[in-house]
Design a protein around this ligand. Structure first.
Ligand SMILES: O=C[C@H](O)COP(=O)(O)O
Length: 260
């Protein structure tokens, strides 16, 4: 089955809303120059909450072929949850995606598998596609091998999603994030394949064949093509390189460097 490749740019806590506008304009020019066809490669950006409105306005006014996502979402619908942002609020801003379970939130904010599952459910209920991040630390890798922890995290994150729910999986080995020490394409393929097996077992063939599994961790224009050659890697979750318009645009144009 063919899955549309997906390049997702997670800006993390970078760029205020004015800088965000400038970056999106540059990315839009680069995509136009490259005659980017969104039906061939889907691209989305994940700005901080405070930038979402500005970025959404620009994308919609200038018909920029970019999807929009948020970096986090509340597991709750509404009420006394100071600082939380609900999935419904994000949907109102045309967010199509939301990242859940990023390792920086698991580690820095104590997010458990249960919280990640609740966030996936909240997003899905509001019509937003969760981008479920999983990945092992260097210690996990040594103790359990590469796939065991990400597979367990994925099982937990999708456990309460209804049948047929759409979601994206992002395999991000923690040791590869922001380090320049990217996983090899073969390592990425091995774990992405194992994650697809989890989907096959938990949700059946249709979901396993249709769900996009991304690799993330020090992705650049130099290595993206090698990941995209792997049978079970359907795209990339890009951090640092996504806030550099030229580099992000080169990543998006990976097809120029690889026959897929
Ligand atoms: O969400 C993105 C990942 O954490 C990867 O970040 P990075 O490309 O800076 O390594």
């Amino acid at each position: 089955m063919s899955r549309t490749p997906f390049i997702a740019g997670n800006w993390k806590m970078n760029l205020d809303h004015l800088q965000a506008i400038a970056l999106v304009q540059k990315v839009a020019w680069a995509l136009k120059d490259a005659r980017h066809d969104a039906s061939e490669v889907e691209v989305a950006v994940f700005p901080p909450f405070t930038d979402l409105r500005s970025v959404q306005t620009l994308i919609s006014a200038d018909k920029i072929p970019l999807g929009l996502g948020a970096q986090d979402v509340s597991p709750h619908e509404s009420g006394a949850y100071t600082g939380d942002v609900s999935a419904r609020f994000l949907a109102k801003l045309d967010a199509q995606y939301v990242i859940v379970g990023h390792s920086e939130r698991r580690a820095g904010h104590g997010e458990t598998d249960e919280v990640v599952s609740a966030k996936s459910v909240a997003a899905q209920a509001a019509g937003i596609v969760p981008v479920i991040c999983v990945g092992e630390t260097a210690e996990d890798l040594e103790e359990h091998g590469a796939a065991a922890i990400p597979a367990a995290q994925l099982r937990a994150a999708i456990a309460d999603l209804p049948d047929g729910a759409e979601f994206v999986v992002a395999y991000e080995p923690v040791w590869a994030i922001g380090t320049g020490n990217a996983a090899t394409p073969e390592q990425a393929q091995e774990v992405c394949r194992a994650l697809r097996d989890v989907l096959r077992e938990a949700c059946g063939d249709d979901t396993a064949d249709a769900t996009r599994v991304l690799y993330g961790g020090s992705v650049s224009s130099q290595n993206v093509a090698a990941y995209m050659r792997q049978a079970d890697v359907d795209g990339a979750l890009v951090g640092g390189a996504s806030i550099k318009a030229d580099e992000f645009s080169r990543i998006v144009q990976f097809k120029k460097h690889v026959a897929v």
